[in-house]
Design a protein around this ligand. Structure first.
Ligand SMILES: C=C(O[C@@H]1C=C(C(=O)O)C=C[C@H]1O)C(=O)O
Length: 100
């Protein structure tokens, strides 16, 4: 039978933090790659929409590369999932994807 007593020392906090920071760096690299992928898809949609004459008008709030009602959906989705900071994150993503 095994017991829960162990002679192994717990890892030093510095080692735990360094390992977890490596995980965060790896996650950030994936997030940045996903953002770049989102930017490319968004640009492709915007180009298709603009080349085909807009595909929408008020009340949808379409002007050039911007489609307001679609952006509201995205802002609400992020806000539902992540709260007010999520809405800010979505705003930043949309800014990156629209190139301004
Ligand atoms: C990608 C589009 O064009 C723009 C960019 C959006 C986005 O990056 O999610 C959303 C709405 C539009 O302002 C679209 O119309 O779906």
């Amino acid at each position: 039978m095994t017991t829960s007593t162990s002679t192994e020392a717990a890892p030093a906090p510095e080692a735990v933090i360094a390992a977890q920071r490596s995980r965060i760096d790896a996650l950030d690299a994936r997030l940045i790659a996903l953002v770049r992928e989102r930017m490319a898809v968004s640009e492709s949609i915007q180009r298709t929409r603009i080349e085909s004459g807009g595909l929408g008008a008020p009340p949808d709030g379409v002007r050039g590369s911007v489609h307001l009602s679609r952006e509201m959906e995205i802002l609400d989705h992020y806000s539902t999932e992540l709260g007010a900071p999520g809405r800010e994150l979505a705003r930043t993503l949309l800014r990156l994807c629209r190139g301004h």
